[in-house]
Structures are given as C-alpha cells and as structure tokens.
Design a binder for this molecule. Structure first.
Ligand code: RIB
Length: 337
C-alpha cells in the first residue's frame, strides 16, 4: 500500500507539501501540484484520510485543552495551534477546563476515546498521573504554557522567571520601593517561576518582600485584581506600584483606580503579564510582560505533529523569551511625604 511518504519521495517534495496538495490547505505552485498528482497516479496512492486513519485508529483531529476560554491569552495562543494544524490538514477540537483538573481529565479521556491523533494541554493544575497514563499508551501529548516537571512529555513554555524579574527591575528603576504583588495560584509552575523572578529582583534591589504587600488570593481573573487593589488601598501606607502576575488582574487594578480617582501612573504604577491585545487599548495603556503567545501555540503544534508522524527524538522542553512592553501605566512615584 503506497503511503504519503512514497508519494513525497517520488515527487521530490515534503510530506507536508503532499498533504497541502491533497487537502488544498495552502497555495502550492502548479508545477509542484502536477508532480504530486503524477506521483499519486503512478503509485495508485489512495488518499482516503478517514479509512487510512481508522486503520491507524486515529483521526486528523487534534485535541486542545485550555483552562479559560474567556481569557484572551489562551485565544491568542490557540490561534498559533490552529493555524499550524490547519496547514497540515488537521482539525482542532478546543475544550475549556475552567481551571478544573477533574474536568480537564474528563476531556482527556473523551478526546482519547474519540481517536484524536494527539493532544495539546494547558494543565489547570497537577495532571501528571492521568496524562502519564495516556502517554504510556502511546497517545501523543504536548504541554504548553504550564509545565508539569515530572511528566515525560514535550513542553513549550515562556521565560516566566525572566519576565517577572524584568517587571520588578522596571519599577525599581523608576524609584518604587513599596511594590504591591498580586499573585496567581501558587500551585502552578508558571506562578512559581514568576514568583522566583520577583524574589530575585527584589533581593537584587535590596527590598524586603513584605507580607502586607503580597495579595495571595489572585486567580488570574480581573475581579481578583480589583480586590487586590482594594486590599492595598486599605493599608495605612498603600504601595506606589502594583505588579499583577497576569494582565486580566492588572486591568482589574486599573478599573479599581479609575473608580476611586487614583491617577495612573502619578499616584499608582501598574504592571501586568501576558501582553494580551486589549492591554494596548486600556486607558492608560498597560505596561506588561509580553509572552510569545502565538509562537507558544505554533511550536507546541509543530512538536505534536512531529510526534504523531512518528518522530521519536528525545523529549524537548522549549523556553521562549519574554520581554517588557512599556506603556503609560508606569511612572516615577510621587515624592514620599
Ligand atoms: O492569563 C492567564 C495566565 O495563565 C497567563 O499568565 C498564562 O501564562 C496562563 O498560564
């Protein structure tokens, strides 16, 4: 039975090009199309995707499990996944776990039973055990954004440590000495890494990490950012700056400041993390740490497709760089009274 690989070799093109010609997912030059079609004819290749993949007991479908489909961060990341999969003739099925490990585990089982070819997961918490079980069954799984250190899977993450360090260094360079921190769920590796970056930068600056300036009930949603700001402004000496460990919480801080006539940045500087598109339209624009959201998705999908197509190279953990985006939500603190 001739395979797509045989067609590619005969036409002197890649497997991906043959897939594009067959699925018409992207422009291919007439000359290449002709060569591929000639090879298909010569080899009598049967491109019956469903039949072929049923024989291999898998579909041309990729499962993606994200923690919060309302959060633009995941929407921008998923776009990178979907564009990459579409190019290779795969369809993406998107599942929202709502930051719930049990719901994510339920989707994991369902997607496996529905013969999806592989899975990209942003874990809402520790899912090492259920994921490892399916990996051992040969189900291709790639983690993106949130790593699970003990899982034997490919992972693509951002430099969370370096990004958080940049945020604190920026505020210190402006002269801030009392910096309020609104964290996310400390069980998440991304939060742990960002917190380490905060600790390192504060230590470098000779600033203590004061418990009263840390709001630990952040949940990555905007409302918890508002609640964190309200907490800080009930203090006898509120911070002159707030670093929230994601943009939605930082936008919640901006919303609180607006409602309480706190001028940004003269009375309060605010920094977020993610650089979701709406941060550039906030008033004032939000200074934030940019994650390479599209590239995270693109590289996770590329890795997964390689695994699906039989690549058995050693597992990869890829860390993509983060960078500080300066806008108008940060400035020098007013002179201490
Ligand atoms: O905004 C959602 C957060 O959770 C982001 O910082 C991203 O890293 C995800 O893990």
């Amino acid at each position: 039975m001739p395979t797509i690989k045989d067609v590619a070799e005969r036409a002197h093109v890649s497997i991906a090009t043959v897939s594009r010609v067959l699925n018409k997912t992207r422009y291919v030059s007439p000359d290449v199309v002709r060569r591929v079609q000639q090879a298909i004819h010569d080899l009598d290749y049967q491109h019956n995707a469903l039949a072929r993949n049923l024989r291999r007991s898998q579909s041309l479908t990729i499962g993606v499990i994200i923690p919060d489909s309302n959060n633009p961060f995941f929407a921008e990341m998923t776009r990178g996944i979907e564009d990459t999969c579409f190019e290779e003739g795969y369809v993406v099925v998107l599942c929202n776990s709502n930051e719930d490990v049990n719901k994510a585990a339920s989707y994991l089982t369902t997607l496996y039973q529905h013969r999806t070819a592989g899975l990209i997961v942003v874990a809402p918490g520790d899912m090492t055990e259920p994921l490892e079980d399916y990996i051992q069954r040969g189900y291709p799984i790639v983690l993106v954004d949130r790593p699970l250190p003990n899982l034997s899977a490919d992972m693509v993450v951002s430099d969370n440590y370096g990004g958080a360090r940049l945020a604190i260094q920026h505020l210190v360079s402006l002269g801030h000495r009392r910096i309020g921190l609104i964290t996310g769920d400390h069980h998440l590796e991304t939060v742990k890494s960002r917190w380490c970056g905060v600790e390192e930068a504060m230590k470098e600056a000779g600033l203590p990490l004061l418990p009263e300036l840390t709001y630990n009930r952040g949940d990555f949603l905007a409302e918890s950012g508002r609640e964190g700001a309200a907490y800080f402004f009930r203090l006898e000496q509120p911070p002159t700056a707030i670093f929230a460990l994601n943009d939605l919480m930082a936008l919640g801080v901006l919303s609180y400041a607006y409602d309480h006539h706190i001028h940004i940045p003269t009375q309060l500087s605010v920094v977020g993390f993610d650089n979701i598109e709406m941060t550039s339209y906030a008033v004032p624009g939000l200074t934030t740490v940019a994650q390479p959201k599209y590239e995270l998705g693109q590289q996770a999908a590329t890795l997964l497709l390689k695994r699906i197509q039989g690549d058995s190279a050693v597992l990869q953990k890829t860390t993509l760089p983060t960078r500080l985006i300066l806008r108008h939500s940060t400035g020098r603190p007013r002179a201490e009274p």
